[in-house]
Structure formats: structure tokens, C-alpha cells
Design a protein around this ligand. Sequence first.
Ligand code: ACM
Ligand code: ZN
Length: 560
Amino acid sequence: MKFRFSIIAMGILAAACSQKEYPNETIGIIPQPQVVNYTGEGRFNVAEATVSYDAKFDDLSIGHVADFARMLSGALKKDVIAEEGLQKTGIRFILDRKYQPEQYTIDIKTDKLTVTAATASGVLYAINSISQLLPDAYFGVEQEAPDWTLREVFINDWPRFAYRGMHLDVARHFFGVDVVKKYLDVMAFHKINRFHWHLTDDQGWRIEIKKYPRLTEVGSMRDETVILKRFDPLVCDGTPYGGYYTQEQIREVVDYAEKLGITVVPEIDLPGHMIAALTAYPELGCTGGPYKVWPRWGVANEVLCPGKEKTFEFIEGVLDEVMQLFPSEYIHIGGDECPKVEWEKCPDCQKRIAELGLKTDDNHTAEQYLQNYVTARVQKYLNDHGRKIIGWDEILEGNLAEGATVMSWRGAKGGIEAAKNGFDAIMTPGGYLYFDYYQSEDEAKEPFAICCPCTIEKTYSFEAYDQIPEDAQKHILGVQANLWTEYVATEPHLFYMVLPRMDALSELQWCYPERKDYERFKADVGRMLRIYDALGYTYSRNIYGEPGLPGFDGPLGDAK
Ligand code: ACM
Ligand code: ZN
């Protein structure tokens, strides 16, 4: 309710600020700001400006202003100092606690550029927006005669959705802290504020848990990896592969993200997708193993055994440390793709089913209800510790306890069903927001990918409220895109898959539908690609009819 109220309040504020003679316009910023009023023809010269800020700002906000001044110093080849205490002219940062947490305004007049915000996120987002109005020289590109002047304009901006997520799977392929930070940087540049970190899966356990050291000693390594496309018969590369984050590294990432206004939402995927953990602790499975960290992709039948109490002791032990490391209100507990074949045969699981009185009915099997039991028990444990769960949309099958948030990935239907039934939902439907799908229809030119084309235009066409009744729309917390990394093993490939589709994502998350316009967006993406070039990010140019990544020969070797 609070969020909806804030939208209405902001609408009033926006209306008050947009005077009749200055209609709402577009500007070359992604995501497109809510209100853009060109207020005159005069220009403000950034190259001549001082930078000053309200002394009441917190250290983080001041840090963003100082970073901005440093960027200007580098680009202008002179010292630009962020000075405490507001000046009357120049670039000025004002604190106004009445603003919403992520809102900012930018008011450009001929003698001053005034940013107003309530929080460090507001300040950062304003700087990100301003940077997109500045010449490429701001990003370190050598330019003959960059134009540092900006036209008089008033921008009032705030997000449509509170949850604006981007996911990264580090289990199938591992990416070190430096790559993760670079990922967070580009997320923040798009005003994305949730990093869904998929830390565990059949192919590797990537987070150090002190109570269960074998998770990383054993579970973070696989003997080898399936060679591209060679599933039948299975052909593997014979090369051991692994990696994990120490708790210190996890803290470093959480801290880095927090400074960028990003909350890290960790995922411990359970009760399926657990072979890496079972390899380390075989007693947690139905058969007792032996198990082997999976070298291939797909859905494994071996899962945690909910018939045994020590399985819950394990889950709680892991989550205790996860909660210490991640301040996020939400902990993602997975719940997707959990085959029940082992549970059907397992005496411990069947005993649990009998004790709980779970029965197969017309809609679900007793084993599906057993998964509900796991979800509810873990949910209660986390709730008792002040946290909430997010789960993939499979958690809706059977009975889902109140307070769970559903992440809709098998299309939008899970999110629609969740919202209609009073559950919060996050939309991340495969066809639109799975960035492991091909960037273009010309698959032969693309790095091998898990599925079909998901062009940026397709991504852009997604609307989170489609088929959501008006009174249920408050349950749509936001939108997220996912990058699964079965076929993505290197940093250039990783950024190639997410960029510039992340630009489209950011407009789905930030903009109201009436601010979206594909032709305008397509033109604005050109500037973003130049920024990616300047900052060393790979990306697809398929939006301009140029599919493929020249010179890229596949991450895992081609086995045709
Ligand atoms: C998923 O893509 N298995 C959530
Ligand atoms: Zn079992």
C-alpha cells in the first residue's frame, strides 16, 4: 500500500512541477525519466562549473558527488573539487528529505545545474542521468571538441517498481568478484536495485559455509564439463572446473552493491538443484549416494531428502550463515524443477508423507505436497528470523503459505496466478527476460545459446501488468531478467548476453507504459553502446541489424 501511495503522491508532485507551457518530452536517457520539461533555450556549461553539495548529506551521497567530480576532472583535464556547502551557481546537490528514496530532480538553468534528492540512491541516479547527457569525453573517450553545454531542462524522476532485479547464475560457470562488481556497476547505471545471486546448483556450490566446509571443499569442484551440445552420448572436456566465494568476498560484494543502492538477494536453490551439496554430504539425499557434482546441464533427479530431520538441520545451518552475510529482507529459496522420483521410492519421505497425512488428489501428488511442506518449513524458519522468502513459481503448486513472494519464470502465468491469489510476485518470464536466450534470430551468427531468440525488441514489449486485474496489480513488486550461464563461461560472453537487453529491462522496471516508445529507445541505445565501448563492456548490435559477436568462437569449444 505504501508503495502505491508514494506513486500517487509523486504523480501530484510531478503534475505540480510540469507547467502547461512545457510539455513532457523525451530526452536521451535510459531508462527514460518520468518528467522532462525543456524550460528554455539557454545552455549551462559543465566545463566551467564548480561542484558543491549540501553539508547535511550522508557520506555515501557525498562519495557519489566526489566520484562525479573526479570523472569531470579526468575528462576536463583540470581539478574539479566537490565542495561542502551549497554555492549559488554551478552544479549543486541539495538534500530534501521530502523526496521519495529513489527520486531525484535535475533543474538546469544557464547559471546552475541543481540536483535534489533524499538519499544516496537518488544522488547516484541523478548523476547517472546527467552522465548520459554529457559528451563521450566524460567516459574517457578522446573527442576533438566535446560539447559540454546542456540545455535548460527540468527533470523529475522516480521508479515505477520498487523491485528492479537482475540475476546471475554463478553455479554453472563461476565469475570472480571483479566481474561481479563490473556487473553491479552496469546494473546501477540502469538504476537496477536488486542483484539476484544464484549461488548454488547441481554443477557447483559457490558460497563458503563454515558449518559445512565440504560444500566448497568438495561441492565447488566438478571433474569436467559437458562439451557444447554433446549430451547424447555425453562427451565431457576432462578438465576440472570450480570456484567459490569466501565469506569475506561475499561481504565485499554485498558492501560494494550497497554503495550502489543494490540489495543482494542470495539464492540457495532447494530442495532440487542440490547435487553439489549432496556430493559433499551424501547423507542428505534419499539414497545416500554416492553423488558427483554434475558435469552436464539439465534437471537432475537426485534432490534433498525431506524425510530426514538432518536435511532441515542442514538447510537451517546454511541459512543461518546466509542471513549473517546478506542483510536482504528477501532470501530466495529456489524451489524450481524438483523431480519427485526419489521421494516416491524413499522410505523416509514416504514415512513423512504418512505422518503429515499428505494425500494425492486430482490436482497434485502427495510428493508435490511434500515440497509445500519443505517450502513452508523453510519459510517459517526465515520468517522467525525476520526474513521473507522468494521462490520460483513452482512453489505455487499445492498450498503456498501466506507471505511468500513468487518469481514467475515459466511465462507470466505464475505471476498472474500469484497476484490474483494475494501473493506478491516478481515477473521474469522466460520468453522475454531470459538473457541466456539468443540475442538475434540469426542463430548461426550468435554464440551457442540455450534457447530461442529473445530479441531486445521482444524484451521491450513486455508489460508487467498484462492480464493482472487492477486490484491485484499492487502485488507485482517488479521485473527482473535472468542470466543462466550453462553456455556462458567468459566475461565478454557474459556482457554480450546482457547488453543492451539490460537497457530494455531498465525501461520495463523504471518507466510507466506511456513513457515507453521502441523507436525512441532504439535511437537512445546508440549512445549506451558508445558508453559500453568506452567502459570495456561487450554487447550485441542486433538492435541495428548486426547480429553476432565478431571474432567470438564459443566459450566451450564447438563440438559439431
Ligand atoms: C529456472 O529457470 N529454472 C528458474
Ligand atoms: Zn527421501
